[in-house]
Write a protein that binds this ligand. Structure first.
Ligand code: ING
Length: 310
C-alpha cells in the first residue's frame, strides 16, 4: 500500500480588490486544517491568488500584468511556502505566471507542485486555453484566457513525488480525454487540477444547468478509463457577480467520488489515496498492453485528422 492522504482545499470567491496576502491567509488556514487531518499534500485551485481576471477586457498591459507573479515564491506567497514546510505538507498552487524567456515576456496560466521541503518540484503551464482573444461585450462576462495567456507546451509528464507518479493539469485541460491517457501512458497514478468554472456558459446557455454534471463526468471518466486518482479543486461561489461552480472532489481510480465539497466557500475535503489501487484498473479492464489497439487510433493525436482519413 502506498497511501497518501490528500486534501482538496476549495476556495470561495476572491474579490477583485482582495490582496494576495488575504488569499494566502485563507489558504494557510486550510493548510493547517489539512495538516491536522493528516494530509501530506494539499491541492489549491487554478489562479488561486487573485480573482479570475480574464472575465474583464482591457488593453492596458500594465493592468493585465498586475495580475501576474514574476517570482515564485514571492513576498505574498512566501508565508504559504514557509507554513507548508513547517507543517511538512506539500501543495499544488495555481497562479498567473509572468516570465522572460529568450528575451520575450511570456504570460502563462500556471500550476506548481511544491514538496514537503518547500521546493517547487514541478511547474505546468495550461495547455488548453478556453475562451476567446477579442473583446466580446455581448457576454455577461468574458473569458479572455486566449488573450491574456499563452498556451503551455509541456506533455502531461508525471513527477515521482509523495510516493507516487503525479501529473498536473489546469481547469479546461480536464475536459480533454487525451490528457488523462497521455499522463497514464507516461505512468501517472494521480492527476491534480484546479478550476474556475462559471455556471453560465455564454456560447451555450442551454447547458448552464449541466456545468456540475460535466465537471464530474470528465474527471470521473478520466480517472476510471485510465486507472488514476483525480483531484479537482474549485475556486467557487459568486465572484464579482459571476457564479462559479464548486463540487471540488477527490476521485478514485474506479471513477468513484470519495470526497466532495458541499459548500461554495473555503472548504477542505480529504481522502486516503492508495496509489496501489490504480492496479485494480490498470492491470485489468484497462490493461493497455493487453487490450489497447493504438494502431487503430491514428487520428487521436494527428494534427489534421482529415489528411489521414482513408
Ligand atoms: N474555465 C472553464 C472550464 O473549462 C469553460 C471554461 C466553462 C469551458 C464551461 C467550457 C464550458 O472549466 C477555465 N478556467 O478553463
Amino acid at each position: 500500500m502506498r497511501e497518501l492522504v490528500v486534501g482538496a482545499a476549495q476556495l470561495g470567491p476572491i474579490a477583485r480588490d482582495e490582496p494576495r496576502e488575504s488569499a494566502v491567509g485563507r489558504m494557510i488556514a486550510l493548510l493547517e486544517d489539512a495538516a491536522a487531518r493528516g494530509c501530506r499534500l494539499v491541492v489549491f485551485p487554478e489562479l488561486a491568488l487573485t480573482t479570475f481576471f480574464p472575465r474583464w477586457y482591457t488593453e492596458d498591459q500594465a493592468e493585465i500584468d498586475a495580475w501576474f507573479e514574476t517570482d515564485m515564491p514571492n513576498a505574498a506567497t512566501r508565508p504559504l511556502f514557509e507554513r507548508a514546510k513547517s507543517l511538512g505538507v506539500g501543495f499544488y498552487l495555481g497562479y498567473a505566471e509572468l516570465t522572460i524567456e529568450d528575451g520575450r515576456t511570456r504570460h502563462y496560466n500556471t500550476a506548481i507542485l511544491v514538496n514537503a521541503g518547500g521546493r517547487i518540484i514541478k511547474r505546468y503551464r495550461k495547455v488548453h486555453l478556453p475562451g476567446h482573444a477579442e473583446n466580446e461585450p455581448w457576454r455577461a462576462f468574458q473569458h479572455l484566457e486566449k488573450r491574456y495567456f499563452e498556451p503551455g507546451e509541456s506533455f502531461f509528464e508525471p513527477v515521482n513525488a509523495f510516493g507516487g507518479e503525479i501529473a498536473l493539469a489546469i481547469c479546461n485541460d480536464r475536459r480533454w480525454p487525451e490528457i488523462y491517457r497521455e499522463a497514464a501512458l507516461r505512468g501517472a497514478e494521480m492527476v491534480l487540477l484546479g478550476y474556475n468554472t462559471p455556471v453560465h456558459y455564454p456560447p451555450a446557455p442551454e447547458h448552464d444547468h449541466l456545468q456540475g454534471f460535466h465537471n464530474h463526468l470528465v474527471m470521473q471518466a478520466g480517472a476510471y478509463q485510465n486507472g488514476m486518482w483525480v483531484v479537482g479543486v474549485a475556486k467557487a461561489g459568486r465572484e464579482e457577480g459571476c457564479d462559479l461552480i464548486g463540487e471540488s472532489c477527490i476521485i478514485a481510480p474506479t471513477g468513484e467520488i470519495v470526497a466532495l465539497c458541499s459548500t461554495l466557500g473555503d472548504e477542505l475535503i480529504t481522502a486516503p489515496c492508495d496509489f496501489d489501487r490504480c492496479a485494480e484498473i490498470r492491470s485489468n479492464v484497462f490493461n493497455f498492453a493487453l487490450h489497447r489497439r493504438p494502431q487503430l487510433y491514428p487520428l487521436l493525436s494527428a494534427d489534421d485528422p482529415s489528411s489521414l482519413q482513408g
